[in-house]
Design a protein around this ligand. Structure first.
Ligand SMILES: Cc1ncc(CO)c(N)n1
Length: 224
């Protein structure tokens, strides 16, 4: 399967997430709250752009089954995953309006613009390649944290639970199925393009963790 080949080219990058201080801090609960809040806000506006990918994928779907997969992932993102963000923001006394007013950091915009640009000019397989890393790598991290840390007193327990649970795993399985279905029968030249997108989004994921660890935003670049 195509995703088995993809795994070999991203494995090292994904391993590095597990050593990242932000991810480790989520696992053992030591992550500073302000860094987590930075993730919460940046990720909320990230997910709005990410959801657009699935809408583009639905529009470009060659058949009903593919359309069902794209829209199921779209629904799961808006009404499943984003509920986690809304629940955490309530705990911190941040309203949804405030979350949505977040100015995306340049790293955030670079990542979503990269995906949306490829999705808009590519076919449904390209859209599937754009969205794959997000779902798959968070599920990979969630499962790793669930298996390797004790979460009894971890304030981020719900984070680990959600990204490792059955529902999110199903969402990820749909993203993997989409990729394999749509890559089937493609010539090597096109598979290489899809692979490059998955490797690049994997690097962007690392950058996103770093952005949250450093609480990077436009204010740090130009404070006007
Ligand atoms: C940056 C980023 N990547 C992936 C996911 C998982 O969908 C997320 N919520 N945020």
């Amino acid at each position: 399967m195509f995703t088995e080949r993809l795994w070999l080219s991203v494995e090292d990058i994904w391993e590095s997430y597990l050593d990242h201080p932000f991810v480790k801090g989520l696992g053992d609960g030591s992550l500073e709250v302000d860094k987590f809040q930075h993730w919460l806000k940046q990720d909320y506006v990230y997910l709005v752009e990410y959801a657009r990918l699935m809408a583009i994928g639905a529009e470009k779907s060659p058949n009903l089954e593919t359309m069902n997969l794209f829209t199921n992932i779209l629904h799961g993102t808006l009404f499943g995953e984003m509920e986690l963000h809304r629940a955490f923001s309530k705990r911190f006394g941040i309203s949804e309006e405030t979350l949505l007013e977040t100015e995306a950091s340049y790293e955030n915009t670079a990542y979503t613009s990269y995906m949306l640009n490829h999705a808009q000019r590519g076919d449904a397989a390209v859209v599937a390649a754009c969205l794959l890393t997000c779902a798959w790598s968070y599920n990979y991290i969630g499962k790793h944290l669930k298996a390797n840390y004790n979460h009894d007193n971890n304030p981020y327990k719900e984070w680990v639970d959600m990204y490792s649970d059955e529902e999110f795993t199903e969402l990820n399985d749909m993203a993997i199925k989409l990729m394999n279905d749509l890559a089937e029968g493609k010539p090597e030249r096109e598979l290489k393009v899809l692979e490059e997108i998955v490797v690049t989004t994997s690097k962007y994921e690392y950058m996103f963790w770093d952005m949250c660890e450093n609480k990077s935003d436009w204010k740090k670049v130009i404070d006007l």
